[in-house]
Design a protein around this ligand. Structure first.
Ligand code: ADP
Ligand code: MG
Length: 725
């Protein structure tokens, strides 16, 4: 693999009684063919200076049987295909020189069958010899005639190219013919039937379409795919063997061509000369562009000419003097072909499905490994699977309880859980933000600070200053006007939030932890009872599992110690030379007792281990139940909570525009705490301060606050005195 290799080029001479002995000579190496042309050659066409040529090829096949031709030409290419190497075998030469005889052979005579049926036989024979591999074989048969593509194995009655337009498609895996039927064949016989069908179609087509079969290129392709049966390897190899019977290579002008024949000849000559150009380019290692797309033939064979495949050319020639001109031309083609180097490589592919299966297996193995580590470290059963909805809900509740202060800490279990805890923190945070805002909206009318019209309206009413602070209020605190600060940026919200909190506490429903306790005694009592029961069972099982693990570890330690003691005894015995007596091992009582003990310990170990496994299953089940109960408890609680403490409708009506609470008004609780006098004074202040400008606001704010406090203390003192009396 990976080493460069020359294309193999062979010459096969068609048997004849009229062999031109004086003109065609073979050397003893069986490879070289010498051509000598007399100056006064009959035809006088080749009348230039040169009269002698010598072509050295890989082998000259003269009077060779079909058998020998197959052995020499095709056998290696086919056997390499089963290892994942693409292979191409082409027959080139003038019409009648024996291309079809070499490639297909005589279909009526088994002995004279050609490369094609023999290749199919070899493939199936090799499959039989390789039971460790699952190998599939597919075949297709393509004909290219006048630059049109025909499917010789099409199951439809023969139709013209306009009805079944096939196209040559290139993708990273290679070149394929879109629309060409590819047939799965599970046995030799099926493959033969297809081959014969193709041959018949070829003949029928030549009659019905009035075309000369010697003027078309035929490509029979065997596709092989081999996967190991024993290894669960995701890698597999594919290959294709292209068996190409080219159109006659005779040149135009020899026979007077006219009309249709001329057109055909032009097509053939063009495609063959494009084939030659491609091959010349392939032979030139400095060339990086190969003109494959100039015609259908080279395009269809793009990944099968040169490149990464094993390539073989058979040049069929006549041995008669009359054909010497074409023979010379064919031999030239063959020697150019011999210059081409290829770099055969295995076509390895990856089976995505198997790859996933293998990864799943590995994942399962790693999980088991983790479980063992956990059990050795005496950790209770940790689940590493992705979390389901219930588990996420549980973490959400943990985070809520943690934030509320009812949960001291959140235990770290694994990475996944930590990540989910952070996630849920984010969820809870954004929910709370929304809750706060919506509660505020229910209570107050919020004005957008960027809505200048609204602000100026409020300012005109004398309720806020230019900073959005309520008149008479220091630093915006203490009054419930929900206007966001001008610079509403994330992270700068602290001020307004603080304000919300102080304002909301008196009228908000009871804190959730408190309410939860109530709920558990009321509507949630039954679920809570079941929840507690399941939890106690779970805890009990966990405790037992932990104890069992400890016992297992202890037994394991004892096993190790006993083994060590036994080894010591054994080595002592061996040192004393008492190996055996007439085939019987002599051991002393101490050693015997140790053996018994070890046996007993192992039995205990197994029993305990079985117990542990059962317990783990139970724990998993109980955990699930507990999670379910907790989830229900929390869901029901949320419903109950919302039902019990949802802001009543009349209050919502009150804060709506036109309601009894107007924008900028203080909340009821605050107003109630002010005495009548203070209220009057406050209204006066509102009227008097604004003309003095915003600088005065904080001053008056402070003043009002101080008076408020004073008033409060006075009232409290009065109350206390009244109490004492
Ligand atoms: P091509 O396909 O090159 O046009 P064919 O394979 O059709 O030529 O051969 C023309 C004729 O010559 C056929 O009748 C074929 O049986 C015969 N023929 C060609 N080569 C041989 C050979 N090596 N031995 C016997 N007969 C042959
Ligand atoms: Mg032929």
């Amino acid at each position: 693999m990976g080493s460069r290799k020359k294309v193999h080029a062979f010459v096969r001479v068609r048997p004849t009684d009229d062999f031109a002995h004086e003109m065609i000579k073979y050397r003893d190496d069986n490879k070289t063919i010498d051509i000598h042309l007399k100056k006064d050659s009959r035809r006088g066409v080749v009348n230039n200076q040169q009269t002698d040529w010598s072509f050295k090829l890989d082998r000259v096949l003269h009077d060779a049987s079909q058998d020998l031709v197959y052995e020499t030409v095709a056998k290696d290419v086919v056997s390499q295909a089963l290892n994942g190497f693409n292979g191409t075998i082409m027959c080139y030469g003038q019409t009648g020189a024996g291309k079809t005889y070499t490639m297909t052979g005589a279909t009526e005579n088994y002995k004279h069958r050609g490369i094609l049926p023999r290749a199919l036989q070899q493939v199936f024979k090799m499959i039989e010899e390789r039971p460790t591999h699952a190998i599939t074989v597919r075949v297709s048969y393509l004909e290219i005639y006048n630059e049109s593509l025909f499917d010789l194995l099409s199951t439809l009655p023969y139709v013209g190219p306009s009805v079944t337009p096939m196209t040559i498609v290139e993708n990273p895996q290679g070149v394929f013919i879109k629309g060409l039927s590819v047939h799965l064949t599970s046995q030799e016989e099926d493959a033969f039937s297809l081959l014969f069908e193709g041959e018949t179609n070829r003949i029928i087509a030549s009659h019905t379409m009035n075309k000369n079969s010697s003027r078309s290129h035929c490509i029979f392709t065997i596709y092989v795919e081999a996967r190991s049966r024993t290894l669960s390897d995701e890698k597999y190899v594919t290959s294709k063997i292209n068996l190409v019977d080219l159109a006659g290579s005779e040149r135009l002008g020899k026979s007077r061509s006219e009309g249709r024949v001329l057109k055909e000849a032009t097509y053939i000559n063009k495609s063959l000369s494009f084939l030659e150009q491609a091959i010349i380019a392939l032979g030139d290692q400095k060339r990086d562009h190969i003109p494959f797309r100039q015609c259908k033939l080279t395009h269809a064979l793009k990944d099968s000419l040169g490149g990464n495949c094993n390539m073989v050319l058979v040049t069929n020639i006549y041995g008669e003097a009359a054909q010497l001109e074409e023979t010379l031309s064919s031999l030239r083609f063959a020697s150019r072909m011999k210059l081409v180097t290829t770099e055969p490589t295995v076509n390895e592919k990856y089976d995505a499905e198997r790859m996933v299966k293998n990864l799943e297996k590995e994942l399962a193995l790693l999980k088991q490994e983790l479980a063992i580590h956990d059990s050795l470290a005496n950790r209770t059963l940790v689940n590493y699977d992705p979390m389901d909805e219930i588990q996420i809900a549980e973490i959400n509740s943990q985070v809520r309880r943690y934030l509320e202060g009812t949960l001291e800490e959140i235990d770290i279990i694994n990475l996944r859980q930590i990540q989910e805890v952070f996630n849920q923190f984010r969820v809870v945070l954004s929910q709370q933000e929304q809750e706060v805002e919506s509660t505020l909206r229910r209570k107050y009318t919020l004005i957008d600070k960027n809505d200048y019209a609204a602000i100026s309206a409020v300012q005109k009413a004398g309720l806020v200053d230019a900073d959005g602070h309520l008149v008479g209020e220091p630093d915006g605190q203490g009054f419930g006007l929900g206007v966001a600060p001008f610079s509403t940026k994330p992270g700068k919200k602290s001020k307004s939030k603080k304000m919300f909190k102080e304002q909301l506490r008196p009228s908000t429903p009871p804190a959730k932890p408190v309410a939860f306790e109530d709920f558990k005694n009321e509507r949630g009592s039954e679920i809570n009872r079941i929840f507690k029961e399941n939890k106690s069972i779970l805890n009990e099982r966990r405790k037992r599992a932990s104890e069992t693990t400890q016992r297992i570890n202890a037994i394991k330690r004892e096993i190790d110690m006993t083994k060590e003691a036994l080894n010591l005894q054994k080595s002592l015995r061996e040192k004393q030379g008492e190996y055996e007596n007439k085939g019987l091992m002599i051991i002393d009582e101490e050693e015997f007792l140790l053996i018994l003990k070890l046996k007993d310990l192992k039995k205990q170990y197994r029993t305990e281990y079985q117990d542990l496994r059962d317990l783990r299953a139970e724990i998993q089940y109980c955990q699930h139940l507990v999670d379910q109960c907790r989830h229900r408890l929390l869901t029901e609680f949320d419903i109950w909570y919302n039902e019990s403490f949802f802001v009543p409708e009349d209050l919502q009506m009150a804060v709506k525009p036109g309601g009894s609470i107007r924008p900028g008004m203080m909340p009821l609780s605050k107003i109630v705490s002010l005495g009548e006098d203070d209220q009057d004074r406050f209204s006066q202040l509102q009227q008097t301060t604004l003309p003095e400008g915003p600088d005065s606001v904080s001053f008056y704010n402070a003043k009002v606050k101080m008076e408020q406090k004073h008033n409060y203390l006075k009232t409290m003192m009065g109350l206390q005195q009244a109490h004492r009396k």
